[in-house]
Design a protein around this ligand. Structure first.
Ligand code: ATP
Ligand code: SF4
Ligand code: MG
Length: 343
C-alpha cells in the first residue's frame, strides 16, 4: 500500500491554563487527545464535530502552527518536526484557508498586491512575471482579471474566499487545510466554492483536510470522515460506509439533527439528542468521553475508555469507539435515528 500524504499518530495538543499576576500554570486544556488518522494523496478527509471538539486545533497542528504535546505527524513521508526546522519547507507543502478571509486580507492592499506579495516573499517567480502569475491565479479561481485592481471591501464574501484560495494556491502546496471555508456563505455560493475546490483537487491532485460542522457539505466533499468529540475520535471511515451505517451514538445524533426533506420519513424518525454540554477539556472524565451525553451509557462507560474498532463483517476501515455498538438493539436505535439523513 502507498504511504498516505498525511499521517497523524497519537497526536495530542494541550494548552496551559494560566492564572494570577504571575500567570502560573494551574492546569491544561486537552484540545486534542491522542488521535491517529491518515489522508491519502489527492483525497479529502472531512473532520466534523461540534464547537470546541478540537477541529481547528488539529488542522493547525498539521500545519505546524500548534505545538504537538505528543505524537507525530508525517507530511508526504517527512516528519513535521524536521520540516519545521527547515524554514519555509512546510508552507511550500501545506497551506491554511479559513472561514473569514476578510480578517486575513490587508484592507489597504489591492488583491493584485496581496497575491503579488506572496509570490514575491516566497520568490516563486521573477519580479517581471508577477503580474502575469497573479492574472493566472485569478483565472484559476474563477475571478475576473480586473479583480486585481480592487480592494477586499469591494468584493462579495464568495469572491473574497476565492482570493483566499488563490493566495494559498500561489505557493503551489500539495496539502490544504480548509477550516469552515464555506460556513459563512449563502447556500448557492457554498456550492460554487465547493465545486471550485473539487475541480482544483482533481486538476492538481491536492490533498485536503476539510473542517466543518455541516454534515451535508462533508458528505459532498469527503472521501472519508473523522468524527471528533471532546478532542477524541469517536468514529471514522469511508464516507459511504459511515453515512449508510453510523456505528457511534454521537455520529447518529449528528445525523439525526439533519432535517430530512421527505415529511413522512422525518415524522417516523427517532431523534437522538446530545444530552448535555460538551465535556470540559480541562477535566476529562475517565471512560468514554461521550458518556454524559449518551442515551446508551452504562456503568462500564464511566470506567473503561472504548477503543476504535470495526464491527463484525463490516468494512475494516470503518471504526468507532463504543462499548455497545455491536448490540442489536443499539444498532437498530442508531439506524432509526439517522434514517433518511442525507440520503
Ligand atoms: N490557544 C488556545 N489556548 C487555550 N485553549 C485553546 C486554544 N485554542 C483552542 N483552545 C481550546 O481547545 C478546544 C478546542 O478548540 P478548537 O478551536 O480546536 O475547536 P473547534 O472544533 O475548531 O471549534 P469551532 O467549531 O468552534 O471552531 C476548546 O476547548 C478551545 O477553547
Ligand atoms: S461507550 Fe458508552 S457512553 Fe460511550 S458512546 Fe458507547 S454507549 Fe455511549
Ligand atoms: Mg474551529
Amino acid at each position: 500500500m502507498s504511504t498516505p500524504a498525511i499521517r497523524l499518530k497519537d497526536v495530542s495538543i494541550r494548552f496551559p491554563i494560566r492564572k494570577g499576576v504571575l500567570r502560573r500554570v494551574v492546569g491544561e486544556v486537552r484540545a486534542v487527545d491522542s488521535i491517529s488518522f491518515d489522508i491519502n494523496e489527492g483525497e479529502t478527509v472531512g473532520l466534523v464535530g461540534e464547537s470546541g471538539s478540537g477541529k481547528s486545533t488539529t488542522g493547525r497542528g498539521l500545519l505546524g502552527l500548534s505545538h504537538l504535546s505528543g505524537g507525530t505527524v508525517e507530511c508526504f513521508g517527512q516528519d513535521l518536526a524536521a520540516l519545521k526546522r527547515d524554514r519555509g519547507a512546510l508552507p511550500r507543502i501545506s497551506q491554511l484557508v479559513f472561514q473569514d478571509p476578510y480578517a486575513s486580507l490587508n484592507p489597504r492592499m489591492t488583491i493584485g498586491e496581496t497575491l503579488g506579495e506572496v509570490l514575491h516573499v516566497h520568490r516563486l517567480v521573477p519580479p517581471a512575471e508577477i503580474g502575469a502569475r497573479v492574472a493566472k491565479l485569478l483565472d484559476d479561481v474563477g475571478l475576473r482579471r480586473e479583480t486585481a485592481e480592487r480592494h477586499p471591501h469591494a468584493l462579495s464574501g464568495g469572491q473574497r474566499q476565492r482570493v483566499a484560495i488563490a493566495r494559498a494556491l500561489a505557493i503551489e502546496p500539495k496539502f490544504i487545510v480548509l477550516d469552515e471555508v464555506v460556513s459563512a456563505l449563502d447556500v448557492s455560493i457554498q456550492g460554487q466554492i465547493v465545486n471550485l475546490l473539487q475541480d482544483l483537487q482533481r486538476q492538481r491532485n491536492l490533498t485536503y483536510l476539510f473542517i466543518t460542522h455541516d454534515l451535508s457539505i462533508v458528505r459532498h466533499v469527503s472521501h472519508s470522515i473523522v468524527v471528533l468529540y471532546g478532542g477524541q475520535i469517536m468514529e471514522m471511515g469511508p464516507r459511504d460506509s459511515l453515512f449508510a451505517q453510523p456505528l457511534h451514538p454521537y455520529t447518529s445524533a449528528l445525523l439525526s439533527a439533519v432535517p430530512v426533506p421527505d415529511p413522512r420519513i422525518e415524522r417516523a424518525r427517532a431523534r437522538l439528542e446530545v444530552r448535555s454540554e460538551p465535556p470540559d477539556p480541562s477535566a476529562p472524565l475517565p471512560g468514554c468521553r461521550f458518556q454524559r451525553s449518551c442515551a446508551f451509557a452504562i456503568s462500564r462507560c464511566q470506567i473503561e475508555r472504548p477503543v476504535l474498532r470495526p464491527i463484525g463483517s463490516h468494512d475494516s476501515r470503518h471504526v468507532a469507539a463504543c462499548h455497545r455498538m455491536d448490540e442489536p438493539l443499539v444498532r437498530e436505535a442508531l439506524s432509526r435515528a439517522s434514517h433518511g439523513a442525507l440520503s
